[in-house]
Design a protein around this ligand. Sequence first.
Ligand code: PMP
Length: 356
Amino acid sequence: MFAAVRSSSLLRRTFTTRPVNGFTGAVGNTPLIYLKGLSEQTGSTILGKAEFQNPGGSVKDRAALGLVLDAEKRGLLKPGGTVVEGTAGNTGIGLAHVCRSRGYRCVIFMPDTQSQEKIDLLRMLGAEVYPVPAVAYDNPKNYNHQARDFAKNLPNAIWTDQFDNTANANAHYETTGPEIWEQTQGKVNGFICATGTGGTLAGVGRYLAEKGAGKTQIWLADPPGSVLTSYVTSGGKLIERTGSSITEGIGQGRITNNLGTFVDKLSGAFTVPDEKSIDMVYRLLETEGLYLGASSALNVVAAVELAGKLGKGSTVVTVLCDGAYRYQSRLFSRKWLESKGLDGAISDSLQKYIVL
Ligand code: PMP
């Protein structure tokens, strides 16, 4: 599978020769990275889809583009219009880029618990940002409801509704899934990732499950505080949320439209504790040279665990959602790690990377 990488020129890669059309043309077609150290350690092939290489820096560029293109196609979004969304950050950043490149105004509502880096970047990209108190979905002041209400009262505006608008999962069904299938030449035994809206998991999962005709298992990985693992393992009961996580952008308290009935077809689910995710942020730096956020790290921990379940020689794919740049004032700060009780979770040999 990795013939090109092993060839005499390590720098030689396959390039598309034609220019792409603007920001939107540059979304997708990300590399699938063989995680050498972890693969050798497990005796399996662990592959990470390099979504941090999207032009807006995260997996959510695909959803943002898919949501906007769908609204344009359906005639809901006209030139000069406004795009409004509730987002933990990355969808907003993707939307802000797409809106700049296509001439729309962008308005973002986000919970005030998110990193300052994401808020600053959104504003630099020209979005109007409204940080609002982080309250549960059933509270009318939840960031999503505020985004919906804002759009309702504004002419020529749409609420992209990333959680329940299935144009999100469709973007992954149409792009990420086929890319992974092509890049592995269909040799993929397992796919696993965490879920925010469920767009990535359900879109990629549906495509790979169809193509793999039952031979590709699709699993969910959850951060603490998400109800989805208990939903899957209890056979469909939504149990009260307990706990919380330092990961951003993942974890869910309900079955979104994007997850839909696909959640009932998953092969399994498990929770990854923050201690393991934070240690993997540093381990990915040390052993793979990759500077990634905590959701990517959680996904990689989960991929290693799934490879253990599927057995030696299996190929497991996961998603490298975004870079650590967006969270570095937290993830690489000893003070912040101590405040979360996580400084001790990082292996002694990796402590040297805590530089802030
Ligand atoms: N990782 C990060 C950093 C994210 O921002 C998100 C989306 N909020 C996800 C993972 C999850 O992606 P999805 O919404 O497709 O489930």
